[in-house]
Design a protein around this ligand. Structure first.
Ligand code: AHR
Length: 541
């Protein structure tokens, strides 16, 4: 029943986010935007002493759920010639290690709300095969908590563990924390040791449930009920390990009827016990969200800037009412494009193992929007400390596998540029850009630009989304302190057809191209970004 409700909801009203965004001047929620000058040139003023926030490495985390072929076949495939002795796909591990994904959320998602973590630990031959009611999929439980911890270590990433707040009790959630983090001498830590893991896993970051505001969620409850349960569970967990970072479930989308009210009531109940609040967002080029208008679609990341500002405002409202000295941070622990594989057989596993679910094929325009979303996260790095591209392998993912290998979807590239090049601090750049009008959003700058500065390497990076679908545009960078000494990299993702996508047969149809190196003239650099493009340029000072 719960899964029926969820599927109906996913298919119908889930993409209603844009409906709540009303028109207004872009500057009301876009940081660092100046009214453009009369010469129509896009100009960015940059001073490495002027920064907004350090970039938390966890800003570009990702997500692996027991869903479709993400875990089974995706990262764990003991029968494959590509797997190691643990059954982990070596090519997939190499890819993720190479990307440098810092943190990965697991095991769900909707899945977690019906998951009994005890089914997935202990001798493999004793683990039960269970029907997951979130996605109507059979789970052999051959991959569970300890396998995930081992995989994380081997892949060079950290776990962001989700807890079952649907069918699970606060006591069971606290038991998992004890199982993972207590060294020895207690019921659950001794069970872990009996399972062959003498050392604690020391998991720092925990999500207190998943999307508990959603009627599709197993165990869905009211905000007051959830807030009280989160408070209770968090108190128990802090006895086990006071150093945890605990993240409460915020609204799962701005399209929810309870958007922001949910967040307020939850926090009224558990503010003192938690450190962060989650928010989620999936965007699609649908009739309902964008009227299938690509020029609106590539501006939709600005509605995510707005969502962050509104959610942060609720956190601060509750903080003020409580006279608390603590400022919550935000965990944007699910974000991506997702609208094609979102209903019917794409979300129903029909009681099979590792079915093909949510296997969205991403095109160039999706990648441009994902680039915009990367910029939004960077722009809000003062408040967003964890964010997870949802998801990582096979399920709404940048990496797709089959039995003989993998390929990179279009969205891989902007995400990886954020991961690799956004280092140090976010620059408080000032941007002048001509704008165009978008219904429901207002005046949208053609160019969306974010800059970062890493003192250790003395490098500046600029991330530029050109939303102009018809024309290349010139960017002028005004170096207000010191001009750079060299360009260390300049790549762009573009193409003639916004609907082009990659596949096993053509894995490089959409791939980065070199951009002609920008020319310096005293303290001004000029370069051109192609129409329909996302670009990363790096300089050494
Ligand atoms: O990422 C896919 C699903 O989207 C997750 O399971 C859920 O949390 C969200 O609705």
């Amino acid at each position: 029943m719960a899964s029926m409700k969820r599927r109906a909801f996913l298919g119908k009203s889930f993409s209603a986010g844009a409906g709540v965004v009303s028109a207004g001047p872009v500057s009301s929620f876009l940081k660092g935007y100046l009214t453009p000058g009369s010469d129509g040139i896009t100009r960015t003023y940059l001073d490495t002493k002027r920064t907004t926030a350090p970039i938390d490495r966890n800003l570009f985390g990702s997500f692996l759920e027991h869903l479709g072929r993400a875990i089974y076949e995706g990262i764990y495939d003991p029968g494959s010639k590509l797997s190691d002795v643990n059954g982990f796909r070596k090519d997939v591990m190499d890819e993720i290690r190479g990307m440098g994904v810092p943190i990965i959320r697991y095991p769900g998602g909707n899945f977690v709300s019906g998951y009994n973590w005890l089914d997935g630990v202990g001798p493999k031959q004793d683990r039960p095969t269970v029907l997951d009611k979130a996605w109507n999929t059979v789970n052999s439980n051959q991959f569970g908590t300890n396998e995930f911890m081992t995989w994380c270590k081997a892949t060079g990433t950290l776990p962001l563990m989700g807890l079952n707040f649907g069918t699970g009790t606060a006591e069971q959630a606290a038991a998992l924390v004890e199982y993972c983090n207590t060294e020895k001498g207690t019921k659950w830590s001794e069970l872990r040791r009996k399972h062959g893991f003498a050392e604690p896993h020391k998991v720092k970051n925990w999500c207190l449930g998943n999307e508990m505001d959603g009627p599709w969620q197993i165990g869905h409850m009211t905000a007051a009920e959830y807030g009280a349960k989160a408070d209770d569970a968090a108190r128990q967990m802090r006895v086990i390990d006071p150093s945890l970072n605990l993240i409460a479930c915020g609204s799962s989308s701005p399209g929810m009827p309870t958007y922001l009210e949910w967040d307020r009531i939850v926090l009224e109940n558990c503010y003192d016990q938690v450190d962060g609040l989650s928010l989620h967002r999936y965007i699609g080029n649908t009739q309902e969200e964008t009227g299938k208008d690509s020029s609106k679609y590539v501006a939709m990341n600005l509605t995510m800037d707005r969502q962050i500002a509104e959610t942060a405002a609720v956190c601060d409202l509750v903080r003020g009412r409580k006279r608390s000295s603590k400022r919550l941070w935000l965990s944007f622990d699910e974000w991506n494009v997702w609208y094609r594989a979102r209903s019917g057989d794409d979300v129903n596993g029909h009681a099979k193992e590792a079915p093909h679910l949510l296997e969205e094929v991403y095109n160039l325009e999706d990648a441009l929007l994902v680039g915009g979303m990367v910029n939004t996260l960077l722009r809000n790095a003062d408040r967003v400390k964890i964010a997870c591209l949802a998801q990582l392998v096979n399920v709404i993912a940048p990496i797709m596998t089959n039995s003989s290998g993998l390929y990179r979807q279009t969205i891989y590239y902007p995400y990886v540029w954020g991961l690799k090049f956004a280092r140090g601090k976010v620059l408080n750049i000032l941007l002048e850009s001509p704008t165009y009008e978008v219904s429901g959003i207002g005046a949208v700058p053609y160019l969306d630009i974010v800059g970062t500065y890493a003192q250790e390497t003395n490098e500046v990076a600029l991330f530029v989304l050109n939303r102009d679908l018809a024309r290349a545009r010139e960017v002028e960078v005004v170096w207000q302190d010191a001009p750079p000494s060299a360009v260390t990299g300049a790549s762009t993702l573009t193409g003639n057809d916004l609907k082009t996508f990659n596949g096993f047969d053509a894995p490089q149809r959409v791939a980065p191209q070199d951009l002609p190196k920008p020319i310096m003239n005293k303290n001004v650099t000029r370069f051109e970004v192609p129409a329909r493009s996302y670009t990363a340029v790096r300089w050494r000072l």
